[in-house]
Write a protein that binds this ligand. Structure first.
Ligand SMILES: *Cc1c(COP(=O)(O)O)cnc(C)c1O
Length: 483
């Protein structure tokens, strides 16, 4: 049924609905299990409803949605959005266009090019190229495709049968997207060679070189090293300078997964942690994580100009006609694996335009200061124990040890109990809407908590103390219930 409505009057209400449902007194989460939630929500779409009823339905949906803009949402590496970025997202959605040709996105095309240029200067590859992609996992695909095409251009026509047996390297703490990419691109997950990390989560570079040599001696082709600048759990930054030297020595493509840690480049004080990134062949960075650009906003950069286009172009004649009435070098869409592509660069541009380099620098320094405070507090506080004592990115990882377990013999059973209690504490924190926090095992480590900090909302020390207090409180409640 059309009802003769066009929906425009509903648009006028949207801002208010969002404001009210995100108000400071609404809880972070009203968790319901899937079946219970399904019973509450009116999701059927068979019969159209009037705007009043629709508003009710929308409010109900938002009521049970996670308020990721709250300080106590620490579940992921993204969180609250930059209000300027959110404005950009709303504008981008309203102007609904695709970033492939200049004719449908003239100003947005120039904005993407400007942002790429600005970011390339920031990483120290002023003559490079790049593209905004839907996320870090997609950027990993871009990196591998670029490296493969560079080494074996015939792959584009002949496929994998034109290649020798290829291997790629990554650290054991790196992001899983390289495994997915290796599968999707036909390398297979067995071609991903995993290099050990040290106790702080950094790739053991001595092992990397040995493994490359071993693969060469076994007749395989080392194509790609994935160094991580900011691992997902510990926030570790690999020694990029040494990785660059090794890659150069063996003529292997160097990719830096800076999805998380790339934001540190915005800070004069912290950018030196990524020294060596300027030697990379390709880089991925997710402004949709630490900086608070609305999802999705992710950048893939590549040193060699023209390579993205060569590797990815299909020269579709209906879209990228060469006899257009304007300079078709501004039709950048054929660099992409996508056809339609959202104008994600605009969200980042809005934030950057409003805050400038110095505003983003201040936010970076503040987020690191918050993490430092958290790490120092956790180190001192009874019942808390750090997993890694080196702060690289704003990740603080720790165990909570309930009172009755302190000063006991820390044998296998003791750790098994910590492993079981940690998710229980998380459950209680979530159910009581006090905190959504990440937990994870890692290598030989049993489940621990990760508090990672992002630009928005801007946190004070009191916020951090409240989070630790909530963990302590729920930790004791959970163990009381177990005893
Ligand atoms: C989050 C993350 C990714 C994946 O990014 P998505 O945008 O979520 O696909 C890749 N690498 C690292 C280190 C990450 O933390």
């Amino acid at each position: 049924m059309d009802n003769g409505k066009n929906g425009c009057s509903f648009l006028d209400k949207v801002l208010n609905i969002v404001k009210q449902e995100r108000a400071s007194n609404t809880p972070l989460i009203r968790f319901k299990h899937p079946k219970d939630l399904e019973a509450i929500l009116d999701l059927d779409v068979t019969i159209g409803v009037d705007d009043e009823k629709l508003e009710q339905c929308v409010r109900e949906v938002l009521k049970y949605s996670v308020k990721t803009d709250k300080s106590i949402f620490r579940n992921q590496l993204y969180g609250g959005t930059d209000p300027y970025g959110l404005s950009g997202a709303w504008i981008a959605e309203a102007f609904n266009t695709s970033q492939y040709t200049f004719e449908v996105a003239p100003a947005f095309t120039l904005i993407e090019l400007k942002m790429l240029r600005h970011i390339l200067n920031l990483v120290g590859i002023p003559n490079g190229d790049g593209i905004f992609s839907p996320g870090g996992s997609l950027s990993m695909l871009y990196g591998l495709v670029a490296a493969r095409y560079k080494a074996f251009p015939e792959v584009k026509m002949k496929g994998m049968r034109a290649l020798p047996e290829v291997v790629v390297f990554t650290s054991e703490d790196s992001h899983y997207s390289i495994k997915k990419a290796a599968h999707w691109l036909g390398f297979g997950t067995e071609s991903v060679k995993v290099v050990k990390t040290n106790e702080n989560g950094q790739m053991v570079v001595k092992d990397l070189e040995e493994m490359i040599l071993m693969e060469i001696n076994s007749g395989r082709y080392p194509l790609f090293v994935n160094a991580t600048a900011g691992t997902t759990v510990l926030g570790a930054i690999d020694n990029l300078e040494i990785v660059a030297d090794i890659c150069k020595k063996y003529a292997v493509w160097m990719h830096v997964d800076a999805c998380w840690g790339g934001s540190l480049l915005l800070s004069q004080k912290h950018r030196s942690k990524l020294r060596g990134i300027e030697k990379a062949d390709s880089i991925s960075w997710n402004p949709h994580k630490m900086t608070g650009a609305p999802l999705q906003c992710s950048v893939f950069l590549v040193r060699e100009k023209g390579l993205l286009h060569e590797a990815n172009s299909a020269a579709a004649q209906y879209l990228f006609q060469q006899d257009k009435f304007y300079d078709v070098s501004y039709d950048t869409g054929d660099k992409s694996v996508q056809c339609g592509r959202k104008i994600d660069a605009f969200k980042l541009w809005m934030m950057w335009k409003a805050r400038g380099d110095s505003g983003l620098c201040q936010l970076t320094d503040h987020v690191m200061k918050t993490a430092e405070f958290c790490m120092e507090t956790v180190a001192r506080r009874p019942g808390f124990r750090l997993v890694s004592e080196v702060l690289q990115c704003p990740n603080v990882c720790f165990w909570y040890i309930p009172r009755f377990m302190r000063e006991k013999d820390e044998n296998e059973n003791w750790w098994a109990l910590i492993h079981k209690i940690t998710p229980k504490i998380k459950e209680l924190l979530t159910m009581s809407s006090q905190l959504m926090v990440a937990y994870s095992p890692l290598r030989n480590h049993k489940n621990f908590f990760r508090l990672a900090f992002t630009f928005h909302p801007k946190l004070e020390e009191a916020h951090v103390l409240d989070m630790l207090l909530a963990i302590e409180e729920c930790g004791e409640k959970v163990t009381m219930a177990m005893l």
